[in-house]
Design a protein around this ligand. Sequence first.
Ligand SMILES: [Fe+2]
Ligand SMILES: [Fe+2]
Length: 195
Amino acid sequence: MDRLENELIKDIGEERYNHTLRVVDTAIKLARKHDIDLEKVKKAAILHDCAKFPGQINWLKMARDFDIILDNYMEYNQDLIHAPLGAKIAEVKYKIEDKEVLDAIYYHTTGRENMTLLDKIIYIADYIEPGRKFPGVDEIRKETFAHLDRGILLALDNTIKFLVDRNKLIHPNTLKARNFLLMDLNPKIKEDIFL
Ligand SMILES: [Fe+2]
Ligand SMILES: [Fe+2]
């Protein structure tokens, strides 16, 4: 793991690396409350931001260089590109073969429909790690440790509201993640929709 850590610090800088360590820590705490392979959680957490290079980056070129096909939303909101790019770099540079780990990295910024337990833990650990300070984060933290899915639903709702308030695009995967969880937690909603 030492070599990996050195490479990571070189690539993403100390500040981002410290965030990563807090995500690893939070993810492990959550993993202990659920039935999941801790090693997978650690791998996905430590590498989730492995493509979050500091400074001015030409993200579109970078994505092209790594043969990543971006959707329109990622072209408009280039902040999101480090997630699919990170999955690719985790595979090529850090030799991660586990598709579940790569997927958790790929979807850590947007979420997706029907997230795996690993996706959920990485997504929310990134959102609530102790360095995060924004209105509502304490409630989301509390809810996540009480009930993972309800915590994630709160986080997705919070993100969507934030984006709407600022007139920003919402990635469809975020909407799908939110709708899926909402239906999963409230089966009655499904009935109402299809009546
Ligand atoms: Fe990220
Ligand atoms: Fe992150």
